[in-house]
Design a protein around this ligand. Structure first.
Ligand SMILES: O=C(O)c1ccc(O)c(O)c1
Ligand SMILES: [Mg+2]
Length: 623
C-alpha cells in the first residue's frame, strides 16, 4: 500500500510581521489564507480589544492563535528575581487562557542579571513549566542569537533536555540558527515532539550586528540568502508536526500595507512547502524568451521616433485597438496609445514571456496567488493567460509561432514594410546569412529593467523566483546622486530572459523610477552610430569617466575617444566585456544598446552611478 503523504503543515504568521492595528493584521492574515497567528505581546497591549474579544475576532476570521510571545529574561537569575518572574508569568498564563492559546515563547535571557549556569536555567525553566502546566500552557524556549549566555539552538535544547519537563520544549527560529552559522543538521537529534514551535524567516547576507540584522532586515523565505528550505527539511525529519510560522521583523514591511504583505508571506510559505515536498503546486515552467514588451503612451511620436532610429520597423497593427507592433530581429515592442490618460507618460505596462507550456505557467502563477487578469483584454482578442506582477506590470503567457497554441500575433494585421530590418517571412532578421544582419542594430531584448515600488522589492524577487522559476543574483547597491538604488537581477539559466529589478530611494524621484529595455547588439559602436545618424540622441557621459576608463583598463586612446563620442560605457571582468550606451528617456522609458563579449554576465552595475547622474542632467524627450 502506498504510504499516505503527510498533510500539509498548518501555516501561521506573527502579528509583528504585518503592519497596522491588531485587527488589521488579523484580517490581512485571514484573507491571505493563513490558518493561524502568533500574537506579539505589544500588539495585544496596544489593542483596544481585550483578550476575549481578540479570541472572538480570531474565531470569526477562522484563525487559531498558535503562539503568544515573547516572555523575556526569565531564567538563570537569582531567587528573588525569579520569584518576581514567576508572578509575571502567572499573569501571562491567565491572559493566555482568556486568549485561548496554549503555547508561549520564552526567549533566552539578555539580562545582565542572568548567570552562565545551565543547571540553574534548566531548574528555573522546569519550575516555570510547572506553573504553565496548571494553566494548560506549554513553554517553548528559543535561543536568541544575541542571548547573554544561550545563543544557539543546540544549547537551548540541552537546557530543555536537562529540565526534562513535559510542558517545556524548544522553539526553533531559522533566523537565529542560520545567522549564527550553526549547523542545522543537529536539529535532527531533537525529538520532534520536543520542538514545540517553528519560526521561519530569511535574511539578506549582511555582515553586521546580529540583533540589528534580525530586527531590521529579516524577510520572508525565498527573499534573502539563507537556505530556509534546507533547515525546514531537518526540522521535518526530526518529526516536527506543528505549524510553519513566519516571524519577520523588517523596516519596510512595518510601513507597507498589511494586505499585500500577507499575500506575499503566504506565497513564500507555499514555495517553501513545495521545496520540501509538503504541498503540490503546478510545476514551474521557466520562460525561454521575451515575446514582447508593451509600452503604453499618451503620444506615440517621441517613442516611435526612437524606435525608428534604432532600426525598428512598424510591422503590424492590432485589429481592434490602437496598438502597433514594432520589430527588429527578435525584439518586438508594442506601442499602445489606448492608455493615453496615463499620468506618468510612456511606460512599460506589459511583458509577453515565451513559455514552452504557457497554460501550465499560468496555473502555477494562480496557485501562487498572482492576480489573474482577464484572458481577453477586449472582445475578439486571442485568449492569453495573464497575471499582474507585484508592481502591476501585466505578464502575458505566450507561445509565439506554435500552431497548436493561441498566438498573440493573430490579433495583429501585417503592415507593408520597407527597409532592411525584416525578412520577407517577417521572421527574425539577424540570422546568419541574412543580409539585414549586416546592418548594425538590435537583435533581441537583452534584458528589461523594472523599478519597483519602494515596499515591493523583496516581494518582486520572490515572485520572479517562485512564480516564474527564475534564478536571483545577489542584490547590488547603485549610487544615484539623490539616493541609493538597490538592484537584483533575475534570469533563466540560459540568459534568454533577464530582468533587473531595482528599488529607488523615494517615491518622488523620476530617474529612479525609470524603466528600460536593453537591446542586444553584436556591435554597439556601429549600432550607436547608426542610431545617431538616423536622428537618435544618446545619453552623453562625462569626459572624466573616459579618463578613468583609460587608466583602469589601459584601453587605446582611439577606442576611448570613440566611446566618449558615443557615450558608450565599458566594463570588463574575468569572463568577458560589456559595452553599452543609452538613449534619452521618453516618459519613464529609455533604451539601452548592449554588446556582450565572452560570457559577461553583468548589467553594468559599476557604470550605473555615472549613468544615473548623467540622466539627472539630461533632457527628457516628450511623451
Ligand atoms: O528580537 C527579538 O527580541 C525577538 C523576540 C522574539 C522572537 O521570537 C525573536 O525571534 C526575536
Ligand atoms: Mg523568533
Amino acid at each position: 500500500m502506498p504510504t499516505a503523504k503527510p498533510a500539509p503543515p498548518r501555516t501561521c504568521v506573527a502579528t509583528v510581521s504585518l503592519s497596522g492595528s491588531l485587527t488589521e493584521k488579523l484580517t490581512a492574515a485571514a484573507r491571505a489564507g493563513f490558518d493561524g497567528v502568533e500574537i506579539f505581546e505589544n500588539d495585544l497591549l496596544a489593542s483596544p480589544l481585550d483578550a476575549t474579544e481578540i479570541r472572538a475576532r480570531c474565531a470569526d476570521l477562522g484563525l487559531t492563535i498558535d503562539l503568544y510571545q515573547p516572555m523575556r529574561d526569565i531564567e538563570a537569575v537569582p531567587a528573588d528575581l525569579f520569584a518576581a518572574n514567576l508572578r509575571r508569568a502567572r499573569h501571562k498564563f491567565e491572559l493566555m487562557n482568556r486568549l485561548g492559546t496554549d503555547t508561549v515563547l520564552v526567549c533566552s535571557s539578555v539580562s545582565p542579571h542572568a548567570v552562565d549556569d545551565d543547571a540553574l536555567a534548566a531548574g528555573q525553566l522546569a519550575r516555570l513549566a510547572d506553573l504553565a502546566q496548571e494553566f494548560g500552557v506549554r513553554v517553548a524556549y528559543e535561543a536568541l542569537a544575541w542571548g547573554r549566555h544561550v545563543s544557539t539552538y543546540d544549547h537551548a535544547w540541552r537546557i530543555v533536555e536537562t529540565a526534562g519537563h513535559p510542558a517545556l520544549g524548544t522553539c526553533l527560529d531559522s533566523f537565529h540558527i542560520l545567522s549564527r552559522g550553526s549547523d542545522p543538521r543537529g536539529i535532527e537529534d531533537i525529538p520532534g515532539e520536543k520542538i514545540f514551535f517553528l519560526q521561519l524567516a530569511d535574511a539578506p547576507p549582511l555582515a553586521m550586528d546580529v540583533l540589528q540584522w534580525s530586527r531590521h532586515y529579516r524577510c520572508f523565505p525565498g527573499q534573502g540568502g539563507f537556505d530556509v528550505a534546507g533547515l525546514l527539511r531537518h526540522v521535518l525529519r526530526a518529526g516536527y508536526t506543528g505549524p510553519l510560522s513566519l516571524e519577520v521583523f523588517n523596516d519596510v514591511v512595518r510601513q507597507a500595507e498589511a494586505g499585500p504583505t500577507a499575500v506575499d508571506a503566504h506565497r513564500s510559505l507555499l514555495v517553501l512547502q513545495e521545496a520540501v515536498g509538503r504541498v503540490e503546486l503546478p510545476a514551474p515552467v521557466v520562460p525561454t524568451g521575451i515575446a514582447f514588451a508593451e509600452l503604453v503612451t499618451p503620444d506615440a511620436e517621441p517613442v516611435t521616433a526612437v524606435l525608428g532610429a534604432l532600426g525598428f520597423a512598424r510591422t503590424a497593427r492590432h485589429r481592434g485597438k490602437p496598438v502597433d507592433l514594432w520589430q527588429r530581429g527578435e525584439a518586438r515592442i508594442l506601442v499602445n496609445t489606448a492608455g493615453a490618460a496615463r499620468r506618468d507618460g510612456t511606460q512599460l505596462a506589459a511583458i509577453g514571456l515565451e513559455f514552452p507550456d504557457p497554460a501550465g505557467a499560468a496555473r502555477r502563477a494562480e496557485a501562487l496567488l498572482a492576480p489573474v487578469l482577464p484572458r481577453r483584454r477586449a472582445p475578439g482578442d486571442t485568449p492569453l493567460d495573464a497575471v499582474a506582477a507585484p508592481d502591476g506590470t501585466e505578464l502575458f503567457f505566450c507561445a509565439t509561432g506554435h500552431p497548436e497554441l493561441p498566438d498573440w500575433r493573430t490579433d495583429f494585421e501585417d503592415l507593408p514594410v520597407t527597409g532592411e530590418t525584416i525578412g520577407p517571412d517577417r521572421s527574425p532578421a539577424a540570422a546568419p546569412g541574412d543580409t539585414s544582419a549586416a546592418v548594425p542594430g538590435p537583435l533581441r531584448v537583452d534584458h528589461l529593467a523594472l523599478s519597483q515600488p519602494w515596499h515591493q522589492f523583496d516581494e518582486a524577487v520572490l515572485f520572479h523566483r517562485g512564480v516564474l522559476g527564475l534564478d536571483a543574483r545577489e542584490s547590488v547597491d547603485l549610487a544615484d546622486p539623490y539616493g541609493l538604488l538597490r538592484s537584483r537581477a533575475v534570469s533563466d539559466p540560459a540568459g534568454r530572459v533577464r530582468i533587473a529589478l531595482s528599488v529607488g530611494p523615494g517615491p518622488a524621484d523620476d530617474t529612479a523610477h525609470a524603466q528600460h529595455i536593453a537591446l542586444a547588439t553584436a556591435d554597439v559602436v556601429a549600432a550607436a552610430r547608426r542610431f545617431r545618424a538616423a536622428g537618435g540622441r544618446l545619453l552623453a557621459i562625462p569626459a572624466n569617466y573616459y579618463d578613468d576608463l583609460a587608466a583602469r583598463y589601459g584601453l587605446p586612446d582611439d577606442e576611448c575617444r570613440t566611446y566618449r563620442d558615443l557615450g558608450i560605457l565599458y566594463d570588463r571582468d574575468g569572463r568577458g566585456e560589456l559595452r553599452h550606451c543609452y538613449t534619452l528617456t521618453v516618459g519613464r522609458v529609455f533604451f539601452e544598446l548592449v554588446q556582450r563579449d565572452g560570457d559577461h554576465p553583468g548589467y553594468g552595475a559599476p557604470d550605473a552611478p555615472v549613468r544615473l547622474a548623467a540622466q539627472h542632467g539630461a533632457r527628457h524627450l516628450g511623451g
